[in-house]
Design a protein around this ligand. Structure first.
Ligand SMILES: C[S@@+](CC[C@H](N)C(=O)[O-])C[C@H]1O[C@@H](n2cnc3c(N)ncnc32)[C@H](O)[C@@H]1O
Length: 615
């Protein structure tokens, strides 16, 4: 690699910076003069500086000057001989212009200010056409020393020509798009850990090549070679298995893929959802601000979400939290519930509900009316589901513990069903890094298989004749097509009695209607995708169906309404519930709270009785 190509060592640029530079370069390639003025390249700067440092008086030109240049010179010093500095400079400039790569590389590592960029051969390259001494000399120029001046110019030119030749040779030895490692370099790569800055630089360069392959690819190198190297670098740099790196890479253009991988390295903002069963967002925000929490609404698409920037108190232990005024919930997690749009007095099923973020939101939107069946196959997880339901004061909720594939046989006839399906978690890598290496090809066969079965059960559990609903919402926190569009497309084929409808969500990218040669139902464009790099939310997917007719698969023996009444009657008979099954026994709660306070004090090494007597 030529000395010009040496990147400035330091923090690698972010992808936003890369994008900014990309735009700058593209603009430059287009020859955008305004851009050139705004963002002069280093070489242009040298050149411009030279222009600015030009002596006010100029010696006579040796070759034809440009008109404007001449006018300027004449204006300043009409009686002095002139030399066309710009023309001389342009000889040098054109040589630099050939090596665009060097400029680009420089740009990337010097996004803040090109002035500060130090290149090892800067000194040589920026040697001024005329030094300060020269300028003084020029002041004293007259006809007598013209000969001497011409000689010096010739020397300058010779030197320039030599430099030009050297540059040319260098550029021939080092084609500007030589990014892929040589055989020897590959051996070195294989023998130990690589310099991360170098890997990052190479990724950036490969992305550039892939996005403009015709102009930038090295002769004789195929696209596959570049992609393969990039995938290896991604897995090395970000810590993914090559399998998953490729799977995720294929979802995006090369540069967007890099943004996605970058975004997975950054935690999403902490967000909370106001529990409207207990408070209003305005009041909650005020209460939290008073405690030293710095927050603001998440965005116009939600009236209940707040983003927490920082807090002087643990956000999961404030009195408002304990009183159930809010729940810590990822912003993306609001989306399927907003799409489902549950109505008051409906019968709703949340098929895979634990730990209850969405169940409690559904309950709140229904204003504690109707009935929400909150099911989860994992019994241990139903504990946190129950805890959240209690804390948030959801009184219209029944928790059950079935494999949801059996659901239509257990209960059917729901107005709405949410299937927030178990998934690979490729949308929440920022939260769970283990996904980067733990997910295998087998997962992307087995998980979608389960998801397909669950989705058919969800469809079969809905009452096609529901007066208000007949809605099924399918969601995952995965970005993989196998778990999203493929599953939805499968359901559309297996259940022609459902159709996709608008999600009603204000944000989100359209679902794929085709992917890597596979064609899906064109209505898949109604589904919505979310990525960490586009909305700063977890990767997520939402599809909304409307059941338009019953089908022979609707096998439930009883509808949700009947089942709910039956369950209530049985529970009341057994004395498990009274008039309102979710009502708390205040006295029982009091003693439980006291015990819990004592336990906490003990854990902190404080004698609870001692504390009592002190108080
Ligand atoms: C993405 S999580 C659900 C998160 C939940 N909706 C929320 O908002 O808090 C998926 C859930 O599916 C449950 N699950 C997995 N297989 C299931 C099955 N066959 N039937 C029902 N639930 C299942 C898991 O136990 C897990 O709690």
């Amino acid at each position: 690699m030529g000395s010009r190509q040496k990147p400035k060592q330091g923090l690698p640029p972010t992808f936003e910076e890369i994008q900014a530079n990309k735009e700058r370069r593209e603009s430059k390639r287009r020859g955008d003069s305004d851009h050139n003025n705004k963002y002069p390249t280093k070489k242009q700067k040298n050149f411009n500086n030279k222009k600015n440092n030009q002596p006010k008086s100029k010696p006579e030109k040796r070759s034809k000057p440009e008109k404007k240049q001449k006018e300027d010179i004449v204006e300043d010093a009409p009686d002095l001989p002139q030399v066309d500095l710009e023309e001389l400079s342009s000889a040098k400039k054109s040589l630099f212009d050939d090596s665009e790569e060097e400029l680009e590389q420089g740009d990337e590592f010097d996004v803040e200010g090109e002035e500060e960029f130090f290149d090892s051969d800067e000194e040589e390259r920026s040697r001024p056409m005329f030094s300060d001494d020269d300028e003084d000399d020029l002041e004293n120029l007259n006809a007598a020393n013209m000969e001497e001046y011409s000689r010096r110019l010739e020397e300058e030119e010779e030197l320039e020509a030599e430099e030009a030749e050297k540059e040319l040779q260098e550029s021939q030895i080092q084609p500007r798009a030589k990014i892929l490692p040589s055989e020897e370099e590959l051996e070195a790569i294989g023998s130990g850990p690589q310099d991360v800055t170098m890997v990052r630089t190479r990724m950036i360069e490969i992305v550039k090549v892939l996005e403009n392959f015709k102009d930038l690819a090295e002769e004789g190198r195929s696209r596959t070679e570049y992609v393969n190297r990039l995938l290896k670098d991604i897995s090395e740099y970000f810590g993914y298995s090559e399998f998953l790196a490729e799977k995720l890479f294929n979802l995006f253009s090369p540069s967007e893929a890099m943004e996605f991988f970058e975004a997975n390295e950054i935690a999403r903002p902490v967000t909370i959802r106001t529990n409207t069963l207990k408070t209003r967002r305005r009041d909650l925000a005020q209460a939290l601000v008073n405690r030293g929490v710095n927050l603001q609404p998440i965005g116009s698409w939600t009236k209940v979400g707040l983003q927490v920037f920082d807090s002087q108190v643990p956000i999961g232990a404030t009195p408002e939290y304990l009183a159930g005024h809010y729940i810590l919930q990822a912003a993306s997690s609001f989306l399927p519930v907003i799409a489902m749009d549950p109505q008051e007095n409906e019968r709703v099923l949340d098929m895979a509900a634990a730990p209850g973020g969405k169940t409690t939101y559904i309950s709140a939107l229904m204003k504690n009316t109707g009935c929400v069946f909150a099911n989860d196959a994992n019994k241990a997880r139903t504990k946190s589901l129950i805890a959240n339901i209690h804390r948030l004061g959801c009184k219209n909720t029944i928790v059950c513990n079935y494999d949801a594939r059996e659901f239509p046989k257990v209960i059917g006839g729901f107005d709405r069903v949410l299937l927030d399906a178990p998934c690979s978690g490729t949308g929440v890598i920022a939260k769970d890094e283990s996904v980067k290496v733990s997910r295998t090809e087998k997962d992307f066969i087995q998980i979608p298989h389960l998801q397909k079965q669950l989705l058919l059960s969800a469809i079969d559990s809905v009452d096609a004749n529901s007066a208000t609903g007949g809605i099924i919402v399918y969601s995952t926190c995965s970005v993989a097509v196998d778990e999203n569009e493929s599953v939805v497309d499968y359901a559309l084929r297996k259940r022609p009695n459902v159709k996709l409808v608008e999600t009603g969500l204000q944000i989100g990218k359209e679902g794929f209607t085709s992917y890597r040669g596979k064609r899906f139902n064109p209505k898949l464009s109604l589904t919505r995708r979310y990525y960490p790099h586009t909305y700063n939310v977890d990767g997520f997917y939402v599809a909304k169906f409307k059941k338009i007719a019953p089908s022979p698969h609707d096998v439930s023996k009883a509808g949700a309404k009947e089942k709910e009444s039956l369950a209530r009657a049985e529970a009341e008979e057994e004395g498990i519930i009274n008039g309102d099954f979710a009502e708390f026994d205040e006295d029982a709660d009091k003693s439980i709270i006291e015990q819990s306070v004592k336990r906490n004090l003990k854990r902190k090494g404080i004698n609870p009785n001692g504390k009592k007597s002190q108080g």
